[in-house]
Design a protein around this ligand. Structure first.
Ligand SMILES: Nc1ncnc2c1ncn2[C@@H]1O[C@H](COP(=O)(O)OP(=O)(O)OP(=O)(O)O)[C@@H](O)[C@H]1O
Length: 585
């Protein structure tokens, strides 16, 4: 929040590079700025002429001409003001549209490790609120300040040329104005900073609590949470009231300073008029000049704050743009004909430096085989599939696909040939159809329907109101977990990946759904390599290979029968986790 940031040239230059495609409106608004500065002192000057020459000498014709010119000038000024306001806002909106898209694109390509340490709320604020503040740099900040300063300079210059003594006398209360403006700016700045923090806290609170309303209500936490919400709102109100207080004090103070300025001018000017040193026209013009000077001065402090807030936002947004947390994508291999062989060679991985959650993992999967990964919670199963999909790069060892290092493939190729079905299926607000195709135009309706038939979902979907056009609510909350997973099965099948990663849902479903899911899984994993974090005994027992993970290490590996025969770790795990299920079967 340092003051220096208002004119951080490096930042401004970078921001204005986004205005480059809109050069015409940029130069247009600058032209309007200059025109406004030139036009401002003309009307008071013409009034001075009118009073001193045309009225004093009763030059009727000149009086009529000058009145027409005045009306013309007024109209011209209105048009210029309109163009100025329209162009600066147009420019601002166009720049932030581009900036938002750039930031979103950037965020969507960042590596997952970045999201592990950056809260969602922060990224939403960067793409929405901060960029809105940047718009203000164009619409209310920089160009507007330049316009005001130019106008002030033009008026001051005309005043000084007209009568420098009268100008100095009228402006003698100005240091007071500068002091008042400075105090006002500082206090409003501080309050606005607090307001912004309070708004961020409000956003985060509401977002989190609406998402987690089930937990709040289930644990009867409504009252406790309301108290917390009230507290944040109180901070928001206090910060806003502090700002309002500063405004309420500042504006009357400016009026008093303007009145003293006018008073001093009239007192000195009237004396001079009596001594024939100053004309009546000059005095009238000066009243207008002083009013014109105070108008921008009154809002200048506000505009500086806007600019300052915009610059802080700008710096934050650029920080996201400068983030280089990408996975290196230097590979050149394509994966169109991937057979699906997977090799892990002494792979170790840590999310945080040296805190290894996978240690020295080695195994092989032949194309078309199904591998089940089992292990206690926290043993590293999800991590294993994340590194296989190259969401993270491993620190030690290698992962090979068809015998070639996963890093030698283009990242997009790896991801497009490896399909993922996660346990907690994320559905977007939209139709079921859109959730299945993910807006890929290459996938036709017929293909979707066929895939749904194959998975055994077709009947269920067509029975929903609207069928495939059934509107899925946010995060798919109106569908059951099993139904959501089945939809993601259809999605995965359509993308026809060479390798399928499946994180089986642990939730228990009714027998009918269980059969549907089992059938769907069988369909999905046949004819392709499949890595399944398995919770169903039937999936595990059918797997070509079972990898038993414990605390990040492979404890045992083999088929169901082999491992049971061993009577080791898997045997114990099996009797603990699957006994009950097995008894039922
Ligand atoms: N994004 C992350 N950042 C830091 N640590 C993580 C992250 N994700 C997981 N971990 C840690 O890595 C370890 C392995 O987690 P992982 O999710 O792979 O286990 P899991 O076997 O899939 O567990 P579960 O069966 O409960 O899903 C855990 O100790 C976990 O705390």
């Amino acid at each position: 929040m340092a003051n220096k940031k208002v004119f951080d040239v490096r930042l401004l230059r970078r921001l204005f590079s986004f205005a480059r495609p809109y050069k015409r409106s940029f130069y247009g608004s600058i032209t309007m700025t200059v025109l406004l500065a030139i036009l401002s002192p003309v009307r008071p000057y013409l009034i001075q002429l009118t009073v001193d020459k045309y009225i004093a000498n009763q030059w009727i014709q000149a009086l009529i001409t000058v009145s027409i010119i005045q009306v013309g000038l007024l109209l011209l000024e209105t048009v210029v003001r309109f163009l100025f306001s329209y162009l600066t806002n147009w420019l601002g909106q166009s720049v932030i549209k581009d900036l938002r898209v750039t930031v979103y694109k950037k965020i969507s390509h960042l590596n997952l490790a970045f999201f592990d340490k950056t809260p969602i709320g922060t990224l939403t604020t960067r793409t929405i609120n901060d960029i809105e503040a940047i718009n203000d740099i164009f619409s209310e900040g920089l160009i507007s300040i330049i316009a005001d300063v130019l106008m002030i300079v033009a008026i001051l210059a005309v005043m000084l040329v007209q009568d420098w003594r009268l100008t100095l006398i009228s402006l003698s209360p100005f240091p007071l104005l500068i002091l008042a403006t400075y105090i006002f700016k500082e206090s409003v700045n501080k309050s606005f900073y607090q307001v912004r923090n309070a708004v961020a806290a409000l956003n985060a609170f509401v977002q989190e609590h609406i998402t987690g309303m089930v937990v709040v209500q289930a644990f009867s936490g409504e009252k406790r949470e309301s108290v917390k919400f009230k507290k944040i709102n109180r901070e928001h109100r206090t910060a806003n009231i502090d700002a309002i207080f500063a405004y309420s004090v500042f504006f009357p103070v400016v009026e008093i300073i303007l009145a003293s300025s006018l008073g001093l001018m009239v007192w000195y000017g009237a004396n001079q008029v009596l001594n024939y040193q100053v004309t009546q026209g000059v005095m009238i013009a000066f009243i207008m000049y002083l009013n014109m000077l105070f108008r921008p001065l009154r809002v200048l402090a506000d505009k500086f704050n806007t600019l300052q807030m915009g610059m802080v936002a700008c710096e934050r947004v650029f920080k996201v743009l400068d983030s280089d947390e990408y996975l290196p994508d230097t590979g050149t291999l394509t994966a169109q004909n991937l057979q699906g062989a997977i090799t892990f060679e002494h792979v170790s991985f840590a999310y945080k430096a040296d805190d290894y959650v996978l240690k020295n993992i080695s195994f092989e999967v032949k194309p078309g085989d199904t591998v089940a990964i089992v292990g206690h919670t926290g043993s590293g199963k999800t991590t294993m599939i994340s590194i296989l999909n190259r969401l993270y790069d491993v620190q030690q060892g290698h992962i090979l696909l068809d015998g070639k290092n996963i890093r030698d493939y283009k990242l997009s190729e790896v991801r497009s040939r490896i399909g993922v079905v996660l346990q907690d299926v994320f559905l977007f607000a939209g139709s079921i159809y859109e959730n299945i195709t993910l807006r890929n135009p290459a996938i036709t309706r017929e293909m979707v329907e066929n895939a749904a038939r194959l998975i055994g979902m077709h009947e269920f979907i067509t029975q929903l109101p609207g069928g495939f056009d059934y509107a899925v609510m946010e995060r798919g909350s109106t569908l059951s977990l099993g139904q959501r997973q089945l939809i993601s099965f259809v999605r995965a099948l359509l993308y026809n990946p060479a390798i399928l990663i499946l994180d089986e849902a642990t939730s228990s479903v009714d027998t009918e759904s269980e059969m549907l899911i089992q059938h769907a899984i069988d369909k999905l994993i046949s004819d392709r390599t499949a890595i399944v974090i398995a919770h169903r005994l039937s999936t595990i027992s059918k797997a070509d290979k079972i990898i038993v993970l414990d605390k990040g290490e492979i404890k045992e590996m083999g088929t169901h029968e082999e491992l049971l025969k061993k009577e080791g770790f898997y045997f114990k795990l099996h009797s603990m986790q699957f006994k009950k299920v097995a008894d039922k079967i």
